[in-house]
Design a protein around this ligand. Structure first.
Ligand code: UDP
Length: 471
């Protein structure tokens, strides 16, 4: 029996990749800082990478406990296996806590894993979907799911016009929509996020009212999401969570101290930080152009090149740039972005990286590769915090283009304008998470409703309706 004093207990489940664990773990930390018991449930393979004080960690299975996705090697197979094994082990986890002091009252699941909502409902507890993409991207996929846009999106008669969203041209669209046949399993997954959403008690999105309120409002009847982002560690924004300087999850070993030591030797605002995130693999041709652009730009740089990609760097590049450049396999991105020596961020525009650049006020050069990165890069320009590098007919960003973009974000009038916008958005990101800010209010409402419901549940056991009555 749950007593009135009992805290609510939320189990948070990310899709097990770096770009999904980070925001969901941050959400769990925020909940914990507001008095909720939070447990992150993640796969056996990723669990050893998590270290977040005040958040419990429990394993669930994706069926590939040794090495996760790399073991499955096939998206379809992996997703099916995760659904089957994840549903079973999540249910077991909920049962495990059932007779403890803190039974699970709500599952907050990554929207990529809609089966988790079914598990929550089967177990008579609340379910909340957490979207890790921008509101614009969620908006577009939601419209497609509801048959209000059809695939492939052609845009022969002009840009895509949807309520609340600036006109989007073909190059700005998520790649799964430009070429639906290119990644059928991922496209199906993106659309499945909406399949049972009418049963969710809450919907969250990692963005914020001031940034994307209009884009979210344009689809709010179908997707009434609470905007609670940016899910960036507190030390970089509101500083209200003690010692919250990193996400607390790293699937690779970061070269921390070495990067900072190296940056300390560089003048203020002089270094370009370059990263394409955790998933993208550039072609050897694209690597060559980025390498050439960085070298010829004359800027000092730190470039994250994963071990598996080292072989695609041009011969002699590391040697010939060792005075100016540092190549690392992985780093603490936020620590670098926050460093005074950094002048700009060359990014693939994954949504987390985009929010991090924006939250830390670092001018960006978008070099998007696939998925929603193309749309995020468009918004880097819409918000005036950077520029997007243009690809040639072969889809490659040439070194001359990269150099031109680097010039724009580091020199002259354009730099001044971008810096002004970047500072403005940084302030806005701080305010939204601070006491009384819009994202903070949304989180407080959630916590309050959870507490009320947890107590009610104690009194009227098992009386949980199936639907979005709390949204
Ligand atoms: N990241 C990091 N170190 C690196 C590169 C990236 O910590 O060397 C983090 C980055 O801060 C971000 C995440 O990895 O939170 C990548 O997420 P994003 O959505 O930007 O891209 P994805 O990896 O999903 O493509």
């Amino acid at each position: 029996m749950v007593t009135k004093e009992c805290r609510s207990h939320v189990v948070v489940i990310p899709y097990p990749s770096q770009g999904h664990i980070n925001p969901l773990l941050q959400f769990a930390k925020r909940l914990a800082s507001k008095g909720v018991k939070a447990t992150l449930a993640t796969t056996h393979y990723t669990i050893k990478s998590i270290c977040a004080p005040n958040v419990g960690v429990e394993p669930i299975s994706d069926g590939f406990d040794e090495s996760g996705f790399a073991q499955a090697r096939n998206v379809d197979l992996y997703l099916k296996s995760f659904k089957e094994n994840g549903s079973r082990t999540l249910s077991q986890l909920i049962h495990k806590f059932q007779h403890s002091k803190s039974p699970v009252t709500c599952v907050v699941y990554d929207s990529f894993l809609p089966w988790a909502l079914d598990v929550a409902k089967q177990n008579g507890i609340y379910g909340a979907s957490f979207f890790t993409n921008s509101a614009t991207v969620c908006h577009i996929f939601c419209r497609i799911h509801h048959g209000l846009l059809s695939l492939p999106l052609k845009l022969e008669s002009g840009p895509l016009l949807i309520p609340g969203v600036p006109p989007l041209n073909f190059p700005d669209l998520p790649s799964f929509l430009r070429l639906p046949e290119s990644y059928p399993a991922y496209l199906a997954m993106k659309l499945s996020q909406y399949s049972n959403l009418d049963k969710a008690d809450w919907i969250f999105d990692n963005t914020f009212e001031e940034l994307e309120g209009e884009e979210a409002k344009g689809v709010s009847e179908l997707w009434p999401a609470k905007l609670i982002g940016p899910m960036v560690p507190s030390a970089y924004l509101d500083s209200r969570i003690e010692d919250d300087k990193g996400y607390g999850a790293s699937l690779w070993n970061p070269l921390g101290v070495e990067c900072i030591k190296w940056l300390e030797t560089k003048p203020r605002k002089s270094v370009a930080y370059v990263s394409f995130g955790s998933m993208v693999s550039l072609t050897a041709e694209q690597m060559g152009e980025i390498a050439g652009g960085l070298k010829d730009s004359g800027l000092p740089f730190i470039w994250v090149v994963k071990e598996s990609e080292r072989g695609t760097l041009p011969d002699g590049f590391v040697e010939s740039t060792k005075e100016k450049g540092l190549i690392v396999g992985w780093c603490n991105q936020l620590e670098l972005l926050a460093h005074p020596a950094i002048c700009c961020f060359v990014s693939h525009c994954g949504w987390n990286s985009t929010l991090e650049g924006l939250s830390l006020g670092v001018p960006m050069v978008g070099v998007p590769q696939w998925a929603d990165q193309l749309t995020d890069a468009k918004f880097v320009e819409v918000w005036g915090v950077g520029v997007r590098a243009k690809e040639d007919d072969k889809g490659v960003v040439r070194k001359e283009e990269l150099i031109m973009c680097l010039k724009k974000v580091t020199e002259g009038e354009k730099r001044a304008e971008i810096e002004k916008n970047a500072n403005k958005w940084r302030e806005s990101a701080k305010i939204t998470l601070s006491e009384g800010g819009s994202s903070d209010k949304r989180m407080n409402e959630f916590v309050k409703q959870l507490m009320i419901r947890a107590n009610e549940k104690g009194e009227e056991a098992n009386d949980i309706p199936n639907g979005r009555h709390l949204v």
